[in-house]
Write a protein that binds this ligand. Structure first.
Ligand code: PRP
Ligand code: URA
Length: 209
């Protein structure tokens, strides 16, 4: 599918299977999400541009590779996005962070926005938006609209699970934003949940149900 990368690394798939299991505890779910997010981060940043910097090793002076451009921005869609954020910051500690408070209304499945805080100069930075679940895509589409209003132009979206219906809507709404996911599941059920999915990501992370 154009613009969509499925991260099929065996460690990602193995950890995802444990997370999907309804018997997996809150503590294990949270730990696995943090572990998996470092692996996903590795893949979503795979083709970042490099430049060189002159350094002296104990043996010689060399032009060595270093990341080009301004610091990355990780934009977490609250709450569940924070589960991906932590592991990504383990790998890229200097990244800037945006928090976007959005939940979806359980009846209408429409996004409800309650918070937005992002670094300045979004136009000059790669913004990686993170949320474990892309279901109807209403939340992700709204979050990215906000980021674009604030100037973001170079955006990627990273999730753990996506529904085919959500990917189609997301790609129609933001065709310039590539999607990275560990799995494209079968479908959405009548309540807008991903099947087979893993249930409600926020509730499973924080034990709120
Ligand atoms: C979940 C998930 C996404 C959204 C996906 O959040 O983390 O943000 O649902 O659904 P959508 O693609 O149909 O919009 P939720 O609304 O449950 O909020 P929470 O993270 O605060 O639990
Ligand atoms: N949000 C979740 O947390 N899980 C789903 O399956 C769909 C939306």
């Amino acid at each position: 599918m154009e613009g969509v990368t499925v991260i099929d690394h065996p460690l990602v798939q193995h950890k995802l299977t444990i997370m999907r299991d309804k018997e997996t505890s809150t503590a294990s779910f949270r730990r696995l999400l943090r572990e998996i997010s470092t692996l996903l981060c590795y893949e979503v940043t795979r083709n970042l541009d490099l430049t060189t910097v002159e350094i002296e090793t104990p043996m010689a002076t060399i032009d060595a590779p270093t990341l080009e451009g301004k610091k990355l921005v990780f934009a977490s869609i609250l709450r569940a996005g924070n589960g991906l954020l932590e592991g990504m910051l383990d790998l890229v500690p200097a990244a800037r962070v945006a928090h976007i408070g959005i939940y979806r209304d359980h009846e209408t499945l429409q996004p409800v926005e309650y918070y937005f805080k992002a670094p300045e100069n979004l136009a000059d930075r790669l913004v990686i938006v993170v949320d474990p679940m892309l279901a109807t895509a209403n939340s992700a589409i709204a979050a990215i609209e906000k980021l674009k209003e604030r100037g973001a132009r170079n955006i990627r979206f990273l999730c753990l699970l996506a529904a085919p219906e959500g990917i189609e809507r997301f790609r129609a709404g933001h065709p310039d934003v590539p999607v990275f996911t560990a799995s494209i599941d079968s479908h959405l059920n009548e309540k807008g949940y991903i099947v087979p999915g893993l249930g409600d990501a926020g509730d499973r992370m924080y034990g709120t149900k």
